[in-house]
Design a protein around this ligand. Structure first.
Ligand code: AMP
Length: 352
């Protein structure tokens, strides 16, 4: 089988490597700053979509083993991503491109007085985001020339769908996952049985339409808002996704293996994902030894330098009964910054 090179050597690349080792796929992770000569007979994929242009990246884009060239032009730029979603008739919050000439009154007319600016490129985990917060005469950020503005969505909750498409156009999807953030960073994901049944098929139809339109191969994730207007797409990630980490413990095939199966053209699975799962991101603090003795905890630590706000590891939990997950969550040694996400997640696990 052709080896798979992964652009990016962070935790997502390492988890692809681990999954590959188990199923006999040779995965090689690399920094996008390495200017290596890429062998001809390999597949190339990526663990991230935001890159600065470089000679090396130009060479990769021309390589025959590079998966999904069109996707990596359209998706990482929010202007192109939103335009594509509009063209396909997929619902997102109302939006427009901003320029240096864009004024507040123009945005209020188009989007209402609650809106956000998001930088066109490189924004993630809430970075590159500015909120109007209904201020009187707010000053737009100076990067407005390279941004979009979108209406603030007063959502009930945030969910994501992780799925994959293979070369023959077959799909595999995981159940919708509910996500709890603080300061734009994902803290807790939970997947319970049938909580979002009403939205599952719709979300799958949206993501299938998008993947088909790009002739995409591999795992892709869509983040959604659930609001009074139904299901709205917030953003798309053309890669394995943090909200899919629970699949390592709660599904017969993890998102990392699924991605490799898709790009290596290995048979697509019927995924067993019965029961409930929970994933907690370990953010900004050293690993506490108590995590190793927490009931049900399966700890993943990435070995990165500890910095505030940095994702340093995650812990997965899986059980047939969501009530047990609620009890386990109650007992965890979580810092205060998790309090709100923790309460919301416990409530959902207890009451559906
Ligand atoms: P993003 O970087 O686009 O994923 O945004 C980070 C977080 O900001 C999301 O998970 C939401 O909680 C919030 N957010 C983003 N866009 C909107 C929006 N249009 N309305 C309300 N909240 C938003």
């Amino acid at each position: 089988m052709r080896p798979v090179y992964v652009l990016g050597n962070g935790q997502l690349g390492n988890m692809l490597l681990e999954a590959g080792r188990r199923i006999g796929v040779d995965v090689i992770t690399m920094s996008i700053d390495d200017d290596i000569v890429m062998p001809a007979d390999v597949k190339i994929t990526a663990e991230r979509e935001h890159w600065q242009p470089s000679g090396f990246i130009s060479k990769i884009i021309g390589h025959s083993g590079w998966q999904n060239p069109q996707t990596f032009l359209d998706i990482p730029d929010r202007r192109r991503q939103k335009k594509l979603l509009d063209t396909l008739g997929l619902p997102t919050s109302p939006w427009c491109i901003t320029t240096n000439e864009t004024s507040i009154s123009e945005l209020v007319d188009k989007l209402g007085d609650q809106f956000l600016l998001k930088s066109a490129r490189d924004g993630y985990d809430g970075k590159g985001q500015w909120r109007s917060n209904g201020q009187v005469n707010p000053v737009l950020p100076e990067w407005k020339d390279n941004a979009i503005a979108e209406s603030f969505v007063s959502f009930d909750t945030e969910v994501s769908l992780v799925g994959a498409r293979n070369k023959s156009g077959e799909f595999a999807f995981y159940d919708l996952t509910e996500n709890f953030h603080a300061d734009g960073i994902l803290q807790i994901s939970i997947k319970t049985e049938r909580t979002f049944d009403g939205y599952q098929k719709k979300a799958e139809a949206y993501l299938s339409t998008l993947m088909d339109s790009l002739d995409y191969v591999g795992v892709m994730a869509a983040e959604f808002f659930i609001s009074g207007d139904g299901l709205l797409i917030n953003e798309i990630a053309p890669r394995v996704h943090n909200s899919g980490h629970w699949t390592q413990a709660g599904a017969s095939v993890s998102q990392f293996e699924l991605h490799l199966r898709a790009i290596c053209d290995l048979p697509f699975p019927r995924i067993d994902q019965s029961g409930s799962s929970m994933m907690i991101n370990l953010i900004g603090s050293p690993l506490a030894p108590e995590w190793f003795s927490a009931p049900g905890a399966r700890v993943h630590w990435y070995g990165k330098d500890v910095r505030p706000g940095r994702k340093l590891g995650h812990v997965n939990f899986h059980h047939s009964d969501s009530q047990t997950l609620a009890v386990w969550l109650e007992q965890l040694p979580l810092e205060k910054k998790y309090s709100k996400s923790c309460e919301l997640a416990k409530n959902r696990l207890r009451h559906g």
